[in-house]
Design a protein around this ligand. Structure first.
Ligand SMILES: Nc1ncnc2c1ncn2[C@@H]1O[C@H](COP(=O)(O)OP(=O)(O)O)[C@@H](O)[C@H]1O
Ligand SMILES: [Mg+2]
Length: 231
């Protein structure tokens, strides 16, 4: 099977321009790949570069060297040579990113935040409202909250809205940064089941989950970034 993502000799050094151009060497020589249906956990001590690696794969951070290829619709996109509109296209259709904290436009209701993903992917249909309702119910977001913006929700509720916003979509690749960090045991199990059903649909998932017992329930492989830190 063709990998969903391939990196070749990926390297990241930060240059701190307001600190006498101090160079912070973070990651080097990362040759990574992930196949459809795989769930890979990024591991390594805090500050190793897990978030940096995910941000490079999402096109947020420009690598210092190396390449990143993203598979979408049988075509490989060379991320570093993509035009801006191609990066936006990949984010709309190929890669769903559940960030650690929910970032949304103020005053948009919870229901609309989730439905906007379908709008973006051009997959809004007659039965979409049922699909959205079903997902919000599965994630235990109370019905009387659906018309409210999630700004005032608890951390756990915001995290579940964040998951709903991405999981409603039809992305072949998902990045999950600590997707269960604010959840109780019951809701963690629910989210793990949703992740498993994505894997059954051959979605490739890269995740950061600190709790090894949770990680082991879904991840097929660990990728320890400590092996790629610069010294
Ligand atoms: N935008 C940035 N500018 C400068 N340094 C950064 C930036 N982002 C991350 N770093 C540095 O890169 C290193 C790795 O950070 P990060 O990827 O957040 O680690 P992790 O997610 O594994 O805890 C840290 O030393 C951090 O200070
Ligand atoms: Mg991090």
């Amino acid at each position: 099977m063709n990998p969903s993502i391939k990196t070749t000799n990926l390297q990241k050094t930060f240059t701190l321009h307001n600190q006498n151009s101090t160079e912070l060497k973070v990651l080097k020589n990362i040759n990574f790949s992930i196949s459809p249906g795989e769930c890979v956990a990024l591991t390594g001590k805090s500050g190793t570069g897990k978030s940096t690696f995910l941000r490079m794969l999402y096109g947020n951070y420009l690598p210092t060297a190396g390449s990143i290829e993203i598979l979408y619709n049988d075509t490989y996109f060379d991320l570093m040579n993509c035009l801006e509109h191609q990066v936006i296209y990949l984010r709309k259709h190929a890669i769903g990113y559940v960030s650690q904290f929910l970032v949304v436009i103020p005053r948009v209701s919870t229901f609309d935040i989730v439905s906007n993903t379908l709008k973006q992917q051009n997959t809004l249909e007659d039965n979409s409202n049922e699909k959205i309702s079903h997902l919000l119910e599965t994630l235990n977001i109370k019905k009387n909250m659906w018309h409210l913006p999630p700004m005032t929700f608890s951390g756990g509720e915001q995290q579940r809205v964040n998951i709903a916003k991405t999981f409603i979509g039809n992305y072949p690749i998902l990045f999950l940064d600590e997707p269960t960090s604010a959840l109780d045991k019951e809701n963690t199990e629910i989210v793990l089941e949703l992740i498993k059903s994505k894997l059954n649909k051959n979605v490739a998932i890269i995740t950061i989950i600190h709790d090894a017992t949770i990680r082991n329930q879904i991840c097929t492989r660990e990728f320890n970034l400590e092996n790629f830190t610069e010294v």
